[in-house]
Design a protein around this ligand. Structure first.
Ligand code: I3P
Length: 384
């Protein structure tokens, strides 16, 4: 495909492209890469790249590099895209309106370029990086997770570059559901470090939860806190919890730590889908497909996948469902096999990922049935 077709697809005018750098091969390749990334999600052919276009340009020693970078920045603005890597690196990172991080460690994720987000990781060998590398080449899993673009290093910090799952949606409704009845890694069982911050978090949810000794110490272990979190929410019993949601035009709701009962969950999900039967059907279809993919995937046969989330997005035109967050996706010890449904006992490595999927699907099926019943009752009373 010629550059001009890529330009048209990305909304660049040929006038702007008539830059002096046009015949520079490095520039062309970098430009091509940016546009592939821009359009890759539509074409399903995102390339796994290890660096951003800006870095690529720098490495290529492109002539008049500074003006090339400015050129990109100006055009990125004109595309009304989220901030490009250039803007992020040269200016204060402006988070574009409409972009949000619903859950997870605050400010760990930011949009980088059109269609790409960056997630901060402790090191290039972090469990999440390895997980994304493996997931991206697993034929069953690759389509149910954000596309892995590559790694990025900035001022000594490391970032994974991933497909922006909100790209292509207009003011969408978004829900984050943490799956699994175990949400902590098994290492926490032997971690005796006492943490004041977790004690404070615990009493903010339930002041009567700490024991007398814990009140006295004003500190608890992470294991204690995580078990408490699972028990206060639906994680322990149902293998999932709604972490956060955002309805169109409203602020995100993140304080959902005590949404626990079947009734509360069903009401929350019903509010989220807002009576749209076709949306619920699409979600169920996609979740069932993901469940089958997990059952077949080699990655999920070899890993315990703790603390991952089902990420659901929909607007008036489409529905998207993915599995995200693999910071605690850890390889299973040799000879340990899990089915992702059996209850956890220390050492068996079970986390309840598929148990959670079963339950989320069941809730959506119940909500669908209620919507269908309400619609048919409405029709009956209309006829009377
Ligand atoms: C946090 C949440 C995170 C966990 C974090 C908890 O609790 O469960 O998953 O981070 O531990 O504080 P809450 O949801 O109530 O805010 P990890 O997934 O990284 O373990 P942390 O405080 O050690 O970061």
């Amino acid at each position: 495909m010629t550059s001009s077709i890529f330009l048209t697809m990305a909304g660049w005018t040929s006038e702007k492209f008539r830059a002096s750098c046009l015949d520079n091969q490095g520039f062309k390749r970098a430009l091509l890469k940016m546009l592939i990334l821009d359009n890759g999600s539509k074409n399903g052919n995102i390339k796994v790249a290890d660096r951003t276009a800006a870095e690529y340009l720098t490495d290529q020693g492109a002539p008049n590099n500074k003006s090339l970078l400015n050129f990109f920045a100006i055009n990125a603005l004109e595309l009304s895209a989220p901030a490009s890597p250039v803007l992020l690196e040269q200016n204060a990172p402006a988070i574009p309106s409409g972009w949000l991080q619903l859950s997870g460690h605050p400010k760990s994720i930011a949009p980088a370029a059109n269609g790409i987000v960056r997630k901060r990781v402790p090191s290039p060998n972090d469990a999440e990086v390895l997980a994304y590398r493996l997931l991206s080449i697993d034929p069953h899993a690759s389509k149910m997770v954000p596309k892995f673009i590559g790694m990025h290093q900035l001022e000594g910090e490391h970032f994974i570059e991933l497909q922006d799952l909100l790209q292509g949606f207009h003011d969408p409704n978004v829900m984050d559901i943490k799956v699994g009845f175990r949400t902590f890694s098994e290492n926490e069982v032997s971690n005796t470090t006492l943490r004041e911050d977790l004690y404070k978090k615990m009493i903010s949810v339930d002041p009567s939860a700490p024991t007398a000794e814990e009140h006295q110490r004003k500190a608890i272990t992470k294991l204690r806190y995580m078990l408490f979190r699972e028990n206060m929410s639906s994680s322990q019993e149902k293998g999932f919890r709604i972490e956060a949601m955002k309805m169109r035009g409203c602020s995100p709701v993140t304080d959902m730590k005590t949404v626990k009962s079947g009734v509360d969950i069903e009401e929350t999900v019903a509010h989220f889908v807002n009576g749209r039967k076709s949306v619920i059907k699409d979600m169920i279809k996609r979740l069932k497909h993901m469940r089958t993919s997990i059952e077949k995937s080699e990655f999920f046969q070899r890993h315990q996948v703790v603390g991952s989330s089902i990420f659901i997005v929909y607007d008036d035109h489409k529905v998207g469902v993915w599995l995200i967050d693999f910071a605690k996706a850890l390889p299973l010890p040799e000879n340990v096999k899990i089915d992702h449904r059996t209850r956890w006992t220390p050492g068996n490595c079970e986390e309840g990922l598929l148990f959670g999927f079963d339950e989320v699907i069941r809730v959506l099926e119940d909500v669908l049935q209620s919507c269908q019943r309400a619609a048919s009752n409405g029709r009956k009373s209309h006829r009377r």
